[in-house]
Design a protein around this ligand. Sequence first.
Ligand code: PLP
Ligand code: COI
Length: 361
Amino acid sequence: MTTTTIELKPSAHPLSDAEREAILANPGFGRHFTDHMVTIKWTEGRGWHDAELVPYAPLSLDPANMTLHYAQEIFEGLKAYRQPDGSVAVFRPEANAERFQRSAARLAMPELPVETFIAACDALVQQDKAWVPAHGGEASLYLRPFMIATEVGLGVKPANEYLFIVIASPAGAYFPGGVKPVSIWLSEDRVRAVPGGIGAAKTGGNYAASLLAQAEAAAHGCDQVAYLDALEHKWVEELGGMNLYFVYEDRIVTPELTGSLLAGITRDSLLKLAKDLGHQPQEGRVSIDDWRRDTENGTLKEVFACGTAAVITPVGRVKCASGEWTQSGGEPGEVTMRLRESLLAIQTGTAPDPHAWMHPL
Ligand code: PLP
Ligand code: COI
């Protein structure tokens, strides 16, 4: 199926206006879900079929569903923002659709056509438009498209049936407490992904692999983990759910796409936006020794993390087995905050959109 026709079966019992408004007043992240979801099936020999918008509801899965055993699953994350005129626009959905195809290919899953991915997101946002937070702040409607295998059986092989679903969740700040610098634990022994592995795919297994190191970070009093490359345990790759940027005196560096880190859409947008703002962004390699030495000699001015959920979050403190150091005096850096404001201004429609990133509904 390459058609983007989605059959609408709206809920007879959506949440009341008052209940929804109470949630939107303090949405948190990923805690509440809108009234509907889109589902599309794929069957071998038939392709994509039965695209529907239905009431949000639990799934009924056979205990021998392959996803539950072998984790053939992929997902995406993107946001819809309320614009100043009350309309709604989604940030770079085609980039997420393309990454979803790359993740599918890596996990031996069928590729959903880009236009179907976008039509599914549009249909859900259109139906649940009242759930998009008001213009004026940073809040948005976070969309979570994902795909699971639905074949039943315990043989290890690519499944012959899949289900694509889009759900939506109103989102406030990912890290509660405003733009507060996060502390980073540099994990020198636990790796997130290996060359030739699935690190560049947005698949649940990568997040499962990150949880123990995340718990260790918390035990060391840190908010997030930075993973190093799996071969030399030396080159900085990314955080569990965000990419990293290093702001030097004369350039801004983000770790190059080695195949074991996620090609973040915020990362890509910032490579362009930083250039628009007169900086010299580049993809390169930063080792943990560079990170520490350049912070201590004052050439590395700021470090920040970026991703859809977390937008741009300054790094204020770094800790590893051999010591710890403060970044930008523990305060949000000037360049970090300028980039953050510029990106959010495009997303919320208060600044021009020179790269045509916003997809209006
Ligand atoms: N790295 C990982 C592991 C992620 O999960 C995410 C979040 O999606 C990112 C980086 C940032 O990607 P994006 O900017 O596309 O949200
Ligand atoms: C996102 O930023 O969209 C993510 O997927 C990060 C995290 C919530 C897993």
